[in-house]
Design a protein around this ligand. Structure first.
Ligand code: 6R9
Length: 655
């Protein structure tokens, strides 16, 4: 692959002087220190992670073996003899010393309606709810599905599961009944935790109704705990349904933590892959918690008194890590934000920053692009002087959006961090360090501690060893928070991550490395579409479209979109006598089956789809046609029906 484009000189932003002269200084305060620590983490991982695990976590039983196992069989185990409890690490040890310190700042959808929850209160509520779950039969190893709006009770539910050693499976509350059903069934949860309704951006979401619809297909669910968020009357079927507040009152606010093994699962989180149904990624207690704690400390340069403002949803990996486990494991304070960046106005984020004196602010590039469109007049009037580190995750950030974020939000005195990671990596994988790395807008820069990156030639699987390189991104050795398996499908885990390139973990992303060794994440090389940082697979969308009675065949593609990064577009061929099918119905089909965020922006009804002789739809061709690049369609020789291309170009033009 050509690497000429890597020679372009990008503007280098040094670490802002004011950050280096702070007292206390950043945890990593020079590039030399980063290099030294990184080298230690690679040369001597046992010592490096062993030391950090004892520094950042409290163990009930000490571990003796730091790492065993490897990629080949997927039998990686970190801290194997060690025993601990995640909720003890996130709550008790801080609440004992500092019960009045604020753990969670709840910023409700309507400004002014939130509240603050101290470590003492959070511990009591978590214990109470853990006792509720226990009284309903939940025990170590059971799975519990959580489908909740962004309210503190979601955090309480998560930590109550962790307290009992039960495995939580949080499902993003934007998913449809069908998607929720699939995730409850796959996880075999007998318990679901939800709310009557949700509030987001001034709109009401009928959460309980969605759950009820999902549960029509889940006969194994025994109890649904319903938190009252709005108080509206909602369908309620006793004895299956139980009110959160009624139960809570019955129980004592202390519950001893269940001590689990470091390798016992802490949670399942579902994510999309290139094929098949969503994967239930498993994260374990010791390794995951250590990396979550280390990310907050080093990547966000967390110090005592800081306020972490992660705008992501707890239903995604970012929320698990940067709202719950990372901040709380460090005894820090996290903001839990229920609303959107533009409700009630596009100033909302900045009002929240100045109101709560947020020090670390974290969001997705899509939000930055959106707010940039509204203009700096929504940012400028607000006091953002508390900010020190501003970050993004979830998708590549365009250099323009980066510069705007740095100048308008960061006022050139903050560190801007572009953090690359995945649900499967469990914690940040490529990132700059606020006090150490000179940044190049659009580059996630360098690997985090212990992450041994390799760039592979996608065709041969050989490692490209030159500094300048372009290929696919892989990781050479295990790190503590890597996913250990896919729930009930270890073979799929090996097939997806370990087998594509023997000896490596395969990320599924394309990457470049420039002459200075900076990494540039290019995006997915598989059939994963990234809409506003939400991962979707082409096959999920196609399956939804095919369920429509008029659809014969469907193909979904990701197309460049200025705000969302990518949006979904789809091509559909119809069954005979279905010519009166309304495109709106097809779009609705996807909204209904997956969720509103997955709805295609456009559906083209066409005569035929371009296919290889073996019957594979060539989505690459569809993408080029939609993007107007019809003169660079590439090799069409494998097409079974080359004539379709001309017809498709016309059909897209005329639609
Ligand atoms: C944490 C999270 C993972 C995929 C990943 C990649 C893309 C994430 C990125 C980025 C470029 C960044 N991605 N961060 N691409 N720069 N800083 O987002 O997890 O939802 O599993 O998505 O997102 O393509 O493979 P997840």
């Amino acid at each position: 692959m050509s690497t000429d484009h890597l020679k372009i000189q990008f503007k280098l932003h040094p670490v802002p002087e004011c950050l280096l002269s702070r007292n206390p200084p950043p945890h990593v305060n020079s590039i030399e220190q980063y290099k030294k620590l990184y080298e230690e983490s690679i040369k001597n991982p046992t010592e490096f992670w062993g030391k950090l695990a004892n520094e950042l976590l409290t163990w009930h039983t000490p571990f003796q073996t730091v790492l065993s196992g490897g990629f080949e069989h997927g039998d990686v185990a970190w801290f194997r003899e060690g025993q601990l409890n995640a909720s003890y690490n996130c709550l008790d040890r801080h609440a004992i010393k500092n019960p009045d310190k604020v753990a969670i700042i709840y910023e409700a959808d309507e400004p002014g309606q939130g509240r603050k929850i101290t470590y003492g209160e959070l511990l009591r509520d978590v214990c109470r709810f853990a006792n509720v779950l226990k009284a309903h039969g939940v025990k170590k190893g059971d799975t519990v599905s959580i489908y909740m709006p962004m309210v503190p009770e979601a955090a309480i539910a998560i930590l109550a599961c962790a307290r009992l050693g039960a495995v939580h499976s949080v499902v993003f509350a934007g998913f449809s009944p069908g998607s929720l059903r699939d995730r409850i069934l796959d996880a075999s949860s007998k318990i679901v935790i939800t709310a009557d309704e949700g509030c987001r951006g001034g709109r009401t979401i009928h959460t309980k109704k969605i759950v009820d619809e999902a549960l029509l297909g889940c006969p194994g669910v025994e109890h649904v705990f319903v938190f009252r968020r709005t108080g509206s009357s909602v369908p309620f079927s006793s004895p299956r349904d139980v009110w959160w507040h009624d139960e809570l009152e019955k129980h004592r606010p202390y519950c001893p933590p269940e001590i689990v093994n470091a390798e016992d699962p802490l949670f399942i989180i579902y994510t999309s892959g290139s094929t098949g149904k969503p994967k239930g990624v498993i994260h374990t207690t010791g390794g995951y918690l250590l990396s979550a704690a280390a990310t907050l400390k080093y990547v966000f340069d967390y110090h005592e008194g800081d306020i972490m403002g992660c705008m992501g949803d707890i239903g995604w990996m970012t929320g698990h890590n940067c709202i719950i486990y990372g901040p709380l494991a460090n005894g820090g304070t996290a903001v839990l934000f229920e609303s959107t960046p533009i409700y009630p106005t596009p100033s909302r984020y900045w009002e929240v920053v100045s109101k709560h004196k947020i020090t670390q602010f974290y969001t997705a590039p899509t939000a930055i692009r959106l707010l940039r469109k509204f203009g700096r007049e929504y940012v400028d009037p607000h006091d953002l002087s508390s900010l020190r580190v501003i970050g993004t995750a979830g998708e590549p950030i365009n250099p323009d959006a980066w510069e705007w974020y740095n100048e308008v939000v960061g006022r050139n005195v903050c560190s801007v961090i572009d953090t690359y990671w995945q649900t499967e990596t469990g914690s940040v994988t490529v990132t700059s360090f606020p006090g150490a790395t000179a940044t190049k807008p659009g580059s996630a820069t360098f690997p985090f501690f212990g992450i041994d990156l390799a760039i592979l030639n996608p065709d041969t699987g050989e490692e490209i060893e030159t500094t300048e390189a372009e290929g696919v991104l892989a990781i050479r050795r295990p790190w503590p928070s890597m996913a250990r398996t896919i729930y009930n499908n270890h073979n799929r885990y090996l097939d997806t991550y370990m087998r594509p390139y023997k000896g490596y973990y395969f990320t599924g992303d394309g990457v470049g490395r420039d002459h200075d060794g900076y990494y540039w994440i290019r995006g997915r090389v598989d059939d994963v579409i990234n809409v506003s940082g939400h991962r979707l697979s082409t096959s999920e969308i196609e399956s939804a479209l095919i369920m429509h009675p008029a659809t014969a065949e469907a193909a979904a593609i990701g197309v460049y979109n200025e705000i969302k990064g990518q949006c979904v577009q789809a091509f559909v061929t119809l069954k005979p006598n279905s010519d009166d099918t309304d495109v709106k119905d097809l779009i609705l089909q996807v909204r209904k089956f997956i969720g509103p965020f997955a709805a295609p922006e456009k559906v083209y009804i066409v005569n035929d789809l371009p296919k290889t002789r073996s019957g594979k739809i060539m989505r690459r061709i569809l993408r080029k046609i939609v993007e107007g690049q019809t003169d660079s369609l590439g090799d069409l020789s494998t097409l079974a029906n080359p004539n379709t291309v001309g017809t498709l170009i016309e059909e897209v033009k005329n639609s």
